[in-house]
Design a protein around this ligand. Structure first.
Ligand code: ZN
Length: 390
C-alpha cells in the first residue's frame, strides 16, 4: 500500500504535468492509475482516436448499485504569451495561495478527490464513488464525449448523480448557458469586378447570412425565451470572426466567418441553427448555383456544449446544499461538461474549489482554504455514502 498524500501534495504532482489541451495527458493519467493501483483500485483509460489522450474512469465501492461520479477535466489552457511570476508547471506556495497552471481550473478538485481515496477505500460505502476525468474540456468539451458514451452504454450501473468540480468557490451551481461555435465557409465564383454579374460574390453571400443571424439575435432579445437567472436573461449570438476578399477589383471566391450561440437552458439551439441553414440552403444557395453549381455554403460546428439546468429539488443539488451550508444553488455564465452528464439523465451539480476569477490567467492560483473546504466536502460525502456503523 502506498503512503497517503495530502491534496496539496497531489496537486503539486498534477501541476508538474504540462497537460495543455493540445498536448498528451497520458503521463498524468498513468500517474493517477499508479496512485489508484496503490490502494487496490482498478481504473480504465478511454483513449482518443489517435491514442495520445485519454479519459479515466474508476469506481470505488459496490459497482452494482447507482452511485455518484466526481468529474474533472485534466487539460489546462496554454500559458503562451502570459507573464508568470513563477514556473506555471511547478506548484508554488505563497501567502496561503498555491500558484500554477490548472490549480483552480481544475486540478485542485482532482487532487482533493484523489487525496480522499484511502478514506474511500476504507469506508463501508453502500453506494459507489466514481471518478471520471476527461481531456479536451478547454477546447469545447469534446474529450468527455467518449466517457459519456461509456457511462451510458458500457458500465455495469450508471451513476445516479454527478459533481463537476469546476471552480465555484465551493458554491453549488445548478445552471449555466451552453456554448455552440459555428463556422461557415462560402464558396463563390471569382471574376474581375467589372464583370461582377457573371461571378458569385462569396463575401456578399456571407454578409447576407451574418445579417440574417443579426435579425434572429434581435428577435430573441425581444421575444425570448427568457430566464431571469441569467445576465442577459436570454440566448445571445455573436459573430466574432469574418474573413474575405483580397482586392477591390476581384469578386471574392471565398468567405469564412464564425459565430457563437450561448443558449439558455430553455432554448433549443438546434432550432436556431436549422433556421440559419434553411435560409442559406433554400433561399441563397439556388441563386448562387444558377451561376456556378460548384458554389455554396458549408457549415461546421466544432464546439457544442449544451446548456445545463438541474432542478433545485434534485437529490444531488440538495446534497451539495446540505454539505456546503448554502441556502440556494447559483447560476454561472461559464460553460462546463455538466450538461453532457445531464443529457444522459445523470442529475448534476457544479461545485469545486477555487474561483473562476483566477482561471485561465497568468499566476493562476487556488487558496489553500479552498482546498481544505473541498477536502471537508468530500469527507462529508464519504460519510453520507457509508453505512452508519455506530
Ligand atoms: Zn475548467
Amino acid at each position: 500500500m502506498k503512503r497517503t498524500k495530502t491534496s496539496t501534495e497531489i496537486l503539486s504532482d498534477l501541476i508538474g504535468f504540462d497537460t495543455t489541451s493540445h498536448k498528451s495527458n497520458l503521463d498524468l493519467m498513468h500517474y493517477i492509475q499508479d496512485y489508484l493501483d496503490g490502494f487496490g483500485i482498478k481504473s480504465r483509460l478511454i483513449k482518443s482516436e489517435d491514442g495520445e489522450k485519454a479519459n479515466l474512469h474508476a469506481v470505488i465501492g459496490p459497482a452494482d448499485v447507482p452511485g455518484i461520479i466526481l468529474s474533472g477535466h485534466s487539460d489546462v489552457v496554454p500559458v503562451d504569451g502570459q507573464d508568470w511570476n513563477s514556473d506555471p508547471f511547478t506548484l508554488t506556495e505563497k501567502n496561503e495561495m498555491l500558484f500554477g497552471r490548472g490549480t483552480c481550473d481544475m486540478k485542485g478538485f482532482i487532487a482533493c478527490a484523489l487525496a480522499k481515496v484511502p478514506e474511500m477505500a476504507a469506508a463501508p460505502l453502500v453506494r459507489p464513488i466514481h471518478f471520471g476525468f476527461s481531456y479536451d474540456e478547454e477546447v469545447g468539451c469534446t474529450g468527455v464525449e467518449s466517457l459519456i458514451d461509456f457511462l451510458r452504454d458500457e458500465i455495469e450501473v450508471k451513476p445516479a448523480m454527478c459533481i463537476v468540480g469546476e471552480p465555484t468557490s465551493m458554491r453549488p451551481i445548478n445552471a449555466h448557458k451552453g456554448g455552440h461555435h459555428l463556422n461557415c465557409r462560402v464558396t463563390g465564383h471569382e471574376c474581375h469586378s467589372s464583370l461582377a454579374p457573371t461571378g458569385v460574390n462569396a463575401l456578399e453571400y456571407a454578409a447576407n447570412i451574418v445579417s440574417f443571424v443579426t435579425k434572429i439575435k434581435k428577435r430573441i432579445a425581444e421575444q425570448g425565451p427568457f430566464n431571469s437567472d441569467f445576465v442577459p436573461p436570454y440566448t445571445t449570438i455573436n459573430t466574432g470572426i469574418f474573413n474575405s476578399g483580397t482586392a477591390m477589383n476581384i469578386v471574392p471566391n471565398l468567405a469564412e466567418f464564425e459565430f457563437e450561440i450561448r443558449p439558455i437552458p430553455e432554448e433549443n439551439p438546434q432550432h436556431i441553427i436549422d433556421e440559419i441553414r434553411e435560409y442559406a440552403f433554400k433561399i441563397l444557395e439556388p441563386q448562387m448555383k444558377a451561376i456556378d453549381p460548384k458554389t455554396g455554403f458549408e457549415f461546421t460546428e466544432p464546439v457544442k456544449i449544451p446548456a445545463f439546468h438541474c432542478g433545485e429539488d434534485s437529490e444531488i443539488v440538495q446534497v451539495a446544499l446540505n454539505i456546503t451550508g448554502e441556502n440556494t444553488a447559483h447560476k454561472v455564465s461559464f460553460a462546463t461538461e455538466a450538461g453532457l452528464f445531464q443529457n444522459i439523465d445523470i442529475p448534476t451539480v457544479v461545485c469545486g474549489p477555487g474561483s473562476i476569477e483566477q482561471a485561465h490567467k497568468p499566476d493562476e492560483f487556488i487558496k489553500t482554504e479552498q482546498m481544505i473546504k473541498c477536502d471537508n466536502f468530500l469527507g462529508s460525502l464519504i460519510g453520507l455514502y457509508s453505512q452508519d456503523l455506530t
